[in-house]
Design a binder for this molecule. Structure first.
Ligand SMILES: [Zn+2]
Length: 605
């Protein structure tokens, strides 16, 4: 477990380890001037209502104004949010954030008529307008994607009614958050040192990684004792959330909530079905992994709370930030000299906010917008885990860089469905690099275990979630009442099917659905699984040494949202409507499991 150390104040962090936000605005005064500009532009945008169908030139003028306004707003928003995240206790930054949020609402209201007005046009008339103005060719794909919503957009009155009820539709999810984040109080348990600690969801994750079995067991039992007291309330919030998804899908003429959610990202249902089927075909690999875990940990029984502790103990490898930069550059060198040069530029131009300070937002992310550099927020620790985080976020940042330098603004963002593929591919490249350069069997075993646990937690676990999510939605649509017992029965059976006989089915795990916030995200989780599997396959293609495959991968990074996500992935070499990319990923899992098994047995001797 991590030692408590002194965290510096923001003002004490060396400038070289902070991000440089002056390239967005030289100072807060410039930010405030920009806010005024955006307000003025928003007023102009509001006045353009009703003009876009007059001619091709008018459609272009209004469309361009709409994107220009969004672009200006983003710059303001990014500056304020980065400033706020670097020190959330800074009152001045909070004030900037408040201004940016206010502006977001202003712009939203000023431009809210744009899409409905486009959709109100007859498709043939819209196309005539587009064809009449050559500059609109650069927006054709925007209009095509928007046009697909036409069949699912209701009358102005009905849309108004639905929009007015949006807060009511969000009530279950809000109640769930308030209950689990604010109201639930967890008991005191003992940590690894025997000290009393107040349990929380965050601490639970840490305690489950403890190498002391009793610490894990106690944390698991204490956590579930609280959730189980409220399982009927959680069943009620989840059931209502599911009803909301089903209702919205139904009134918008979708066949199911799943179709509605997936078509919002232009992903066909076959991607989901292929994932679930192929994962189920490979559950034996997970069972093998679980049995190996039980054997190496030397436990008489393996429980659900024994699945997160590293099989090989703590890693015997650590990196300073400077060392990690060098390792990242080497690991990513297979992506070619241009990619490496751009990573180096991130290091050299203060694009990364490296170390922890008081009030800094936790975790890590890649941010920025079209007109800024891609920024990375880290909370650096001298660890292998931090090196993985660095290459992960660098994957997002390079995806942003290549998209923004190759696409016009309107295609300068990429969809959620393809976003995690770029970051996870980099993690795979790092795994491969470490396995090629590290000779110490202890280190190799740790790296292999890291990959296997990532695969288990992403490809298997998120598909298990996806199956549960689809089951409760289809059952509710068919008229079933989603009681706590009904959901727990299915969840318990599902969990047993996934992990097999090697794990003791603790009764608590059947209620795990009570504490998974993602079940309120409406068919979101499957993308974690498809993304991880696609990344494993893409990393192999990059590592094959075939220049054409590497170029195809870089072209994916450059595509942004200029094409449908599935087409982008297909051109990169992964057809996500077919099981092949998943099978390649499972083959890698099996190979690494075999190598890990051998190493772990040798180390045990
Ligand atoms: Zn990510």
């Amino acid at each position: 477990m991590r030692n408590l150390k002194q965290i510096p104040k923001r003002s004490a962090v060396p400038t070289a380890l902070t991000w440089d936000l002056t390239t967005i605005y030289p100072d807060d005064a410039a930010f405030k001037a920009a806010v005024k500009d955006v307000q003025a532009e928003a007023t102009k945008m509001a006045a353009m209502k009703g003009q876009l169908s007059q001619s091709g030139a008018d459609l272009y003028r209004v469309t361009k104004a709409n994107f220009d306004l969004e672009r200006q707003l983003e710059r303001v928003y990014v500056y304020a949010s980065l400033k706020n995240d670097q020190d959330t206790g800074d009152a001045a930054a909070q004030a900037l954030m408040g201004q940016a949020e206010g502006l977001l609402a202003t712009v939203g209201a000023a431009a809210s008529w744009f899409e409905p007005e486009v959709l109100a046009l007859d498709p043939a008339d819209l196309q005539k307008l587009i064809d009449a103005e050559p500059k609109l060719a650069a927006y054709q794909h925007i209009f095509d994607v928007l046009g697909q919503q036409r069949a699912h957009t209701l009358s102005v009155q009905e849309e108004k009614l639905l929009a007015g009820a949006s807060d009511i539709f969000a009530a279950s999810s809000k109640t769930y958050s308030v209950l689990s984040d604010a109201d639930l109080k967890f008991p005191v348990v003992q940590d690894e040192k025997g000290d009393d600690v107040r349990l929380s969801e965050g601490l639970y994750g840490v305690l489950l990684e403890s190498t002391t079995p009793a610490v894990r067991e106690q944390a698991f039992k204490a956590l579930y004792s609280v959730y189980q007291q409220f399982r009927h309330t959680f069943a009620s919030t989840l059931a209502s959330e599911v009803k909301t998804h089903n209702f919205n899908a139904d009134v918008r003429h979708y066949a199911s909530a799943r179709e509605a959610a997936m078509s919002a990202n232009n992903v066909p249902a076959v991607v989901y079905d292929t994932l679930v089927k192929t994962v189920n075909d490979h559950l034996d690999s997970l069972h093998q992994y679980v049995n190996l875990r039980k054997e190496i940990l030397g436990l008489p029984e393996l429980h659900m709370y024994d699945l997160y502790t590293p099989i090989t103990g703590e890693p015997s490898l650590s990196y300073t930030y400077e060392e990690a930069q060098q390792e990242a550059l080497k690991a990513l060198s297979v992506l070619g000299p241009d990619y490496v040069a751009n990573v180096q530029k991130m290091f050299d131009t203060r694009a990364i906010d490296v170390v922890e300070n008081e009030g800094k937002r936790t975790g890590a992310y890649s941010g920025g917008m079209y007109d800024t550099k891609p920024y990375i927020l880290l909370n650096w620790q001298d660890s292998l885990e931090s090196l993985f985080t660095l290459v992960h976020e660098m994957g997002h940042s390079m995806h942003s860089h290549y998209t923004r330098t190759n696409q016009p603004y309107q295609y300068g963002e990429y969809s959620i469905f393809v976003a995690e593929i770029a970051s996870t591919t980099n993690e795979n490249l790092l795994t491969d690099y470490l396995l090629k350069t590290q000779t110490d069997p202890q280190v190799r075993a740790y790296v292999l275990n890291h990959y296997l646990d990532g695969f288990k937690g992403t490809v298997y676990r998120q598909t298990q979630f996806a199956e549960f999510e689809d089951y409760i939605h289809t059952q509710a649509a068919a008229g079933e009442t989603l009681t706590a017992d009904f959901m727990s029965k299915f969840y318990g059976d599902l969990n047993r099917r996934y992990y097999g006989d090697g794990v003791v089915s603790d009764p608590q795990i059947a209620d795990e659905w009570t504490r998974i916030p993602h079940f309120y995200y409406n068919y979101y989780v499957y993308q974690y699984s498809t993304g991880f599997a696609a990344a494993t396959t893409l990393a192999q293609r990059v590592l094959s040494g075939d220049d054409a495959k590497r170029e195809a991968y870089l072209n994916y990074l450059k595509s942004g949202s200029s094409d449908l996500p599935l087409n982008v992935m297909k051109k990169a070499g992964v057809d996500m409507t077919q099981p092949d990319y998943l099978q390649t990923a499972f083959k890698t899992f099996d190979d690494r499991l075999a190598e890990f098994s051998q190493l772990a047995h040798e180390l045990k001797k």
